[in-house]
Design a protein around this ligand. Structure first.
Ligand code: ZN
Length: 426
């Protein structure tokens, strides 16, 4: 028993906050100040000569601004420091080619958020089976929805800690995203079977053993009709707006309701993704997926004027479904969930998986009869079946051939397939 090794795990946990109206206004205000602080900092940066742009100077400027401008004091000092840190990190990311340069943040296009960088400020207690209380600096004690997967409290490892949090406002209101750090027993290697997964065109997720995971529409008929109605009304109101006229209160209200319905659909989609990926990572020890670079796919289908893309319609159809099912997010979930369950995730280069016959191995153009059906053109074979199922079997086949990409190659795009051992025992 004492032989088991402990591993540190860091992850986020998001919960809805039940803010009283006055607390909601205070939190809104903090977010506005945080944005203003960012803009002041960006203005300062652009004004300063290059050699003066240091963290210490920026810090001094922020302190001065907090003394001079009364309303900036609404934001706790720690949160102001977090803005400074994020701003400098954004420049660093930009210089290292990971992100765009920081820019001014507009009032309506910016996600409202406030950072609480230190976990000890939060003072979390559980008050009810379903509710916890958290301390939000300069706002007060606030109730939030407690779920069993928040790994703090009496019954869990005392080493589990919440190292900080971030308040985020979306169309459904204010949420808190805790940064959690836990110490858990390392999972024993998953002995489950191997499986290949395909991004389905006709079904959202198709597995190589014939299993499929499907879902209905995210919004009910009534909600869809409502959304359509609201979108039409917003378009009409926008049309009747004179040039230069401000967006009316009524139009803003319509936009808010549209955003609310979209957020509802997104939340349901996320829920489905979580359930599906948990079920898959529990059942299988080795999971193989296609190494798709989604951003490239969405961009490349159309091509340029000089070099127009081929099969634009088919590709954009696939792209739409890929984006809609948010395949990238599914892979992220699969990655950390396989690690938690002791399994392994592998990526294989994607090209050809939908054209190759998984029964005989022949790749003949035109074998894919339609989006849904695959029938082999090899006269000796003649296999036919669901196209997504065929592709997922090919994905697994590529892994068994030793064509899985090493993690580094997978990140940098499909460089060159390297041979790796089929189960990384460690
Ligand atoms: Zn065949």
């Amino acid at each position: 028993m004492s032989q088991e090794t402990l591993v540190k795990r860091q992850f986020g946990h998001r919960a809805r906050l039940a803010l009283a109206p006055a607390q909601g206004l205070k939190t809104d205000n903090q977010a506005h100040v945080a944005r203003t602080m960012w803009n002041l900092l960006h203005g300062w940066w652009q004004m300063m000569p290059k050699e003066m742009r240091t963290l210490a100077n920026a810090d001094a400027a922020i302190r001065q601004a907090r003394d001079d401008i009364d309303f900036l004091a609404a934001l706790p000092a720690q949160a102001a420091q977090a803005v400074l840190k994020t701003y400098f990190q954004t420049w660093k990311n930009c210089w290292e080619g990971r992100a765009d340069a920081p820019s001014f943040k507009g009032r309506f296009r910016t996600v409202m958020s406030v950072d609480i960088p230190q976990g000890r400020d939060l003072n979390i207690t559980r008050v009810h089976r379903r509710w916890g209380m958290v301390n939000i600096p300069k706002v007060g004690r606030v109730r939030f929805r407690w779920t069993e997967d928040l790994p703090v409290g009496k019954r869990t490892n005392p080493e589990n800690r919440i190292t900080g949090a971030r308040l985020i406002k979306d169309a459904l209101g204010w949420h808190i995203a805790f940064r959690v750090q836990t110490l858990e027993a390392a999972p024993s290697p998953h002995q489950g079977p191997e499986v290949g997964i395909d991004v389905g065109v006709t079904v959202p997720i198709a597995l190589s053993d014939g299993e499929t995971y499907e879902h209905g529409e995210w919004l009910t008929q009534r909600e869809q009709a409502k959304l359509l109605h609201l979108e039409r009304r917003a378009a009409q109101r926008k049309q009747h707006r004179k040039p230069g006229e401000r967006t009316s209160r009524r139009l803003h209200h319509t936009y808010d309701r549209i955003a609310g319905l979209r957020a509802k659909a997104k939340r349901r989609a996320l829920d489905w993704q979580h359930q599906t990926t948990t079920a898959i990572t529990r059942a299988y020890g080795t999971i193989v997926v296609e190494a798709l670079t989604i951003t490239n796919m969405v961009k490349s289908a159309k091509g340029t004027i000089e070099n127009p893309g081929k099969k634009v319609a088919q590709k954009s159809g696939l792209n739409r479904s890929v984006s809609r099912e948010a395949w990238g997010r599914t892979v992220t979930m699969l990655t950390y969930k396989t690690a938690r369950h002791g399994g392994t995730l592998h990526k294989v280069p994607a090209p050809g998986t939908s054209q190759r016959c998984s029964a005989c191995g022949f790749t003949t153009p035109g074998s894919r009869e339609s989006q849904a059906m695959f029938s082999c053109k090899n006269p000796d074979c003649g296999w036919s079946g669901n196209a997504d199922h065929n592709a997922s079997r090919n994905v697994l086949h590529l892994y068994r051939m030793g064509l899985a990409l090493t993690p580094a190659a997978g990140r940098a795009g499909v460089r060159r397939a390297k041979r790796v051992k089929p189960a990384t025992a460690r």
